[in-house]
Structures are given as C-alpha cells and as structure tokens.
Design a protein around this ligand. Structure first.
Ligand code: NAD
Length: 490
C-alpha cells in the first residue's frame, strides 16, 4: 500500500469504543478488513463478543440520564463541531471509504458531504424539538405534551454507505438525547471507527456513542436485544435480516426503525424528456455501482420510447470506466465481495436464459478485485429474477409497458416499497402516478433524491419509520402526556 494510504489506515482506531476507551475485545478475537478493489488486507480490528456488547450497553446506560438532561444547545453544538471536523477531514474520510468499500473517490467525496450534512441538519433541529401545552376542548384542564429520549439505542448499519448510514442514525439519536451502541458492517467498519473518534474529538461525552464492530453480528445484537435496558433498535440492511431482528426486538417491545431492501421502479412515460431520463437513470442506477437501496432496479419504459431509451442508456453505460476507485478516471468501482459478483451474475444469467439480451456487459470481470461489467438488459421477461429481486449491482433491466395503468400495476407489483422514479412532462399524469405508487419516496424527474432534510424510508417490506428530517428525530423520542388539573379550580 502507498505510504500516505498506510498512514491514513494507521490513524484509525482498531479497538472497540466502550465508554471513554478504545479497547481490545474480551476474547482477543479479531477480523480483517479488505480492499474490494485489490483483495488486499487493509487492517485488523477487534471483534466484539456478547460480553463486550453488554459492556457497551453498561457504558451507554451509565450516562443516559445525564445525556438526556444535557441542554439541547450543548448537544447541538457538539453535532455542529462534528460536522466541521468531518468537513475538515473530508479527504481522509473519502479515501477511507473508497479503500474499504470500493466506490469511486468522487462518489466517496459526495457521501462525505451528504453524511456530514446529517450532523449539521440535526444540530439545527436539536433546539427545535418542541412539545405543546394546550387546554382540553371543554376548557377545564390542561394538556402538556413532552418529547423524551427513548433511551439507549442499538444502531446497526450496512456496508454500502459507511459514513452516511452512521451519521443519519447517530445524528438523530444525539439530537434526541439518546445514548447508543453502533455496530457497523463487518465489511466496512473503518469509516465508523474514524467517525466515532471524530465525535469524541468534537466533544461528545464518553459513553454516549459506543462502537462494537464484530466478525459475528449476532454476537452483538442477540445479547443487546435480550437486555431490557436497551430501548430502541435502528437497523439498515437487508429485508430478511430486518425481519429476524424485528422478531428479536419483540422480546422487549422495542421501538424500531427499519430501513430495508428495495426494488425501485424507474418509469419513463411516452411524454418524458429522454435525455433527462437518461441522466437520471445513470444516477439512480449506477451511483455506488448500483449498491444502493434506492437504486433503480427495474426500468419500465413506454413501448414507443423503449428503443431510444435503451440505446442511449447502453451507450452511456458502455462508457463507464470500471476499476479501482482511487484512480481518478474510474467511474464504476468493485462490488463489495465475490459473493455479490456471483449472485448478480446468477440474476443476469437467469434473464439471459429466459430470452433477454445484453446490450452491454452481462459478465463478471477478471480480478483481482470483485468487478462486474456494467450491464443493460432488454426484452427481459417480467418473471425474471432480475425484475423480482433486489439486484444491488450495476445491471439495468428494461421492460416495456403500453398504458399508464399497466406501468403503475407493474411498479407496485413487488413486496418492496422504498424508492421510485417517474419521468414525465405531463403534470396531471405525474400527480396521478404519485398518488397510486405504493412507496415511501419518489423522484419526479430526478434520479438522486436523498437529502438530510427529507424523510427517508419505505413501506411494505422496505421498512418502518423515517430517517432524516424532523421525522428522523421523532424516531428517537417518545411522547409523554401529562393531564393537568384546571389551574383555576379550587
Ligand atoms: P445485511 O442485512 O447483510 O447487513 C446489514 C447490517 O446487519 C450489517 O451491520 C450486518 O453486520 C448486520 N447483520 C447481518 N446479519 C445480522 C444478524 N443475523 N443479526 C444482527 N445483525 C446482522 O445488509 P447489507 O448487505 O450490509 O446491506 C445491503 C442491504 O441493505 C440491501 O438490502 C439494501 O437495500 C439495504 N439498505 C437499505 C437502506 C435503506 O435505507 N432502506 C440503505 C442502505 C442499504
């Protein structure tokens, strides 16, 4: 590894953050973190055991009450300092993300801006989490409504947005006055480790944020979900794991926020501006190598525009440059691991076997590194697995429709309901379509819509709750109602 990269890696704490100390795991176990572009080892981290997880909860519980009563302004200023520090360290964060996750450096820089923005947004919201005081309708007594922090939280994050998924949860929890245990994904823990150190540098009191990376996720989640002191689970990841965690969370009737998988339709109506739709499609499909829960999974294109759309999309996608994300000319990095390459190729092969054609790509690329050639598939049967399942890779399957009704039926024909995209220049059609789509989010004539000030989340099997925006803080508070006797009554 080049010297400046090694120096960066050497700065990252390798232990578990419990209370005020980065420490070894209680069993001395470790796991390696790899670079998916080269398959080389980056470093070795401590792996948390169930005992470590409970020690992290002890630390969180120890300061929960004090933290809940820390003035909102103080909590806000810590978040704001953390925003400034991440911005100062943006090149280090971006490089770290590209090293452990693979995305091109330009996209990592974009994630630093997006991820840091959650801290700035929540710092601004911390002082505005209002309750209310009002008379009862008959005017006799008074109603006092307070928002209180739910208590210690377990935050479980995925590998695809290593910084933003951590700040989106931790920023809201800090704003609400909760303490937390963050369990980052095994594949990309380094960004979370550096994020936690940055929070300490910004003045976050010890114990508010504890970080327990582990080779075995359930070694952390099982004991914590069984412990009645934990009050909330916020999870971002796949739907099957989310469902299993929801069952475990039922033991202690936890508050849960679940950001799960997606199968986003990208609808292009006959009146769409195709060049704008292509630009949107490149963002919605190819950002993060397609490894995004919001990624366009199915392109539904009106039959009269399908050839034009497919040809233009294939031309753009053929121009992508696959390679190590640290190379400045790379526009599509590696996938996260070999398993991802294999499962994406299975989906593509299934579509080809059922009669689809690849306009570009359609095969993995030789290593080292876990690369898949960006792919456009046409004539894909509706029952192909690539249409039914979350692809999580740089593969764009295109299917056609002939009526607005058919487009909406196809779009809703999935168990998921996270993101969707609609391209049309007809306002009435846009409003009709938005009204009928069963999703948490729609990009209307835009291909990238995530924003710290917007409520992010899904319906159906895509999840519960919202992250970002004022809704994001509400996920970490509970409402307490106090009925007050008529102050004029004798
Ligand atoms: P994953 O479900 O495999 O892992 C997510 C996290 O859960 C990781 O930290 C992992 O270590 C942990 N985990 C895995 N098994 C566990 C278990 N049995 N008990 C407790 N924790 C466990 O998902 P992934 O592969 O890291 O991420 C990709 C998935 O995440 C995709 O389905 C994607 O759509 C989804 N995602 C959703 C959003 C959203 O906001 N809706 C955002 C990003 C990713």
């Amino acid at each position: 590894m080049e010297q400046h990269l090694q120096e960066l890696i050497n700065k990252i704490p390798t232990g578990l953050l419990i209370g005020d100390t980065w420490r070894e795991g209680s069993a001395g176990e470790t796991f390696d973190v790899l670079n998916p572009a080269t398959e080389e080892k980056l470093t070795t981290l401590a792996s948390a055991t169930p005992e470590d997880a409970i020690a992290a909860l002890d630390a969180a519980c120890h300061v929960q009450d004090q933290w809940a009563h820390t003035p909102p302004r103080e909590r806000a200023e810590i978040l704001r300092r953390a925003y400034d520090l991440i911005t100062d360290r943006s090149e280090e964060f971006a490089t770290l993300m590209t090293l452990e996750m693979g995305k091109p450096l330009a996209e990592s820089r974009g994630e630093v801006v997006y991820g840091a923005e959650f801290l700035r947004w929540f710092s601004e919201e911390t002082v505005r989490d209002y309750g209310r005081y009002q008379p009862t309708p008959e005017g006799k007594n008074q109603i006092l409504v307070k928002h209180k922090p739910v208590g210690p939280c377990l935050l479980i994050t995925p590998w695809n947005f290593p910084l933003a998924m951590a700040t989106r949860k931790a920023g809201a929890a800090i704003a609400a006055g909760c303490t937390m245990i963050l369990k980052p994904a095994r594949l990309t823990p380094l960004t979370a480790q550096y994020f936690a150190q940055t929070m300490l540098d910004a003045g976050l009191p010890a114990g508010v944020l504890n970080v327990v990376a582990s080779a075995t996720a359930s070694a952390v989640s099982d004991p914590l979900l069984a412990d009645s002191r934990l009050r909330k689970l916020s999870f971002t990841g796949s739907t099957p794991v989310g469902k299993a965690l929801l069952k475990s969370a039922a033991q202690n009737v936890l508050r849960t926020s679940m950001e799960l998988g997606g199968n986003a339709p990208f609808i292009v109506f006959e009146d769409a501006n195709i060049d704008e739709a292509i630009e949107g499609a490149m963002g919605a499909k190819m950002r993060n190598m397609g490894e995004a829960c919001t990624a366009a999974n199915r392109f539904l294109v009106h039959e009269s525009r399908a050839e034009e759309f497919s040809t233009k999309l294939a031309t753009k996608i053929a121009n992508l440059k696959t390679g190590n994300g640290l190379n400045p000319d790379t526009t599509c990095g590696p996938l996260i691991e070999q398993k991802a390459v294999d499962s994406i190729h299975e989906l593509v092969q299934d579509a080809l076997d059922r009669g689809a054609q690849a306009l570009v790509g359609g095969y993995p690329q030789d290593g080292p590194g876990y690369f898949y050639q960006p792919t456009v598939l046409i004539n894909v049967p509706h029952d192909a697995r690539v249409i039914q399942e979350e692809i999580f890779g740089p593969v764009a399957p295109i299917i056609t429709f002939s009526t607005e009704e058919e487009a909406i039926q196809l779009a809703n024909n999935t168990e998921y309901g996270l993101a969707s995209y609609v391209y049309t220049t007809d306002t009435s059609r846009a409003l009709r379509t938005l009204d009928r789509l069963e999703v948490g989010m729609t990009g209307l004539n835009i291909g990238i819509m995530s924003n710290a000030a917007a409520p992010f989340g899904g319906v159906k099997h895509s999840g519960l709750g919202r992250e970002g925006a004022a809704e994001g803080i509400a996920e970490y508070t509970y409402t307490q109602y106090i009925g007050i006797k008529d102050p004029y009554a004798s």
